[in-house]
Design a protein around this ligand. Structure first.
Ligand code: B1M
Length: 214
């Protein structure tokens, strides 16, 4: 089996330095060499982001550095997108995704979106810091069967509950299956707020989401 550790290391380092243009070239190089897209995502991009996350926690890097790394991550993920998505899949239905109010983290949400799209589901992205009422209105108007909520902060995970409560209040809770996720979210939290599913990562989210369409 080919060894991609060198190119994965290069990609991880470019991500940490926030070299958006160079990372696209290196991701393409890895793909051309035969690396699996999911492997690049997991072992080059996510591992680079985890290193940045650790440095951020220890105050070794600050918001600007993390932001440029995040931009590089999103660019690299865009390059991977067509390779992660299965070509020619007939859409099986619609889903809505967003990061909840007060939360600006979008990398995980973007990955979940990409993987769900890869299962042939059309995803409407309401973006970050998304107002709860906007979500409820979209659920009312759209024929989406699944609502995906992402939260990365301990202070915003409770907003996932606010959204579920607002859906109940608006009499549309039964219209959608609510999936929750994000680093601080757990199965017991999801059970406690009445979510239909919790998944720890984007790949599992896509599988669980697909299962809701039968
Ligand atoms: Co923020 N941040 N951040 N940050 N940031 C964290 C989350 C933190 C853990 C860092 C730390 O202290 N170690 C910490 C949270 C602590 C806590 O709440 N307990 C933190 C903090 C404190 C903050 C600020 C408050 C910092 C400040 O300003 N002082 C601030 C808050 C801003 C706000 O949102 N209001 C802030 C800001 C930022 C940046 C803007 C600089 C930047 C975000 C840029 C962007 O997203 N475009 C940023 C980043 C990048 C991070 C870290 C370093 C990386 C997050 C990330 O993208 N990870 C993060 C530390 C860390 O996580 N190691 C951190 C990669 C991504 C692929 O993983 O998002 O977890 P993740 O998604 C995974 C799973 O969680 C899951 O699938 C994904 C892929 O498998 N998943 C789902 C996600 N959503 C899902 C939904 C699902 C299912 C699965 O179903 C619907």
């Amino acid at each position: 089996m080919a060894d991609f550790s060198e190119i994965f290391c290069e990609i991880s380092e470019l991500l940490q330095k926030g070299k958006a243009r160079d990372i696209i070239v290196s991701v393409q190089k890895a793909l051309d060499a035969g690396a699996q897209p999911a492997d690049i995502l997991e072992n080059a991009l996510m591992s680079g982001m985890n290193i940045i996350g650790g440095k951020f926690k220890r105050n070794e890097v600050f918001v600007p550095e993390v932001l440029i790394a995040a931009r590089a991550m999103n660019k690299a993920a865009e390059t991977l997108k067509p390779h992660l998505a299965k070509a020619g899949v007939t859409p099986v239905g619609k889903a809505i995704i967003c990061t909840v109010k007060g939360d600006q983290h979008d990398i995980g949400k973007n990955l979940v979106k990409m993987m769900i799209e890869g299962k042939g589901i059309e995803v409407e992205d309401l973006g970050i810091d998304c107002d709860t009422q906007v979500i409820v209105n979209r659920v009312k108007e759209s024929d989406a069967k699944v609502l995906c909520l992402s939260a990365l902060l301990t202070t915003t995970m409770s907003v996932q509950k606010d959204v579920i409560d607002a859906l109940i209040e608006a009499n549309v809770r039964d219209k959608v299956k609510v999936m929750v996720g994000g680093a601080p979210v757990t199965q017991s939290f999801a059970d406690g707020i009445g979510a239909d599913a919790y998944t720890p990562d984007a790949a599992t989210a896509a599988e669980v989401c697909r299962a809701f369409y039968g």
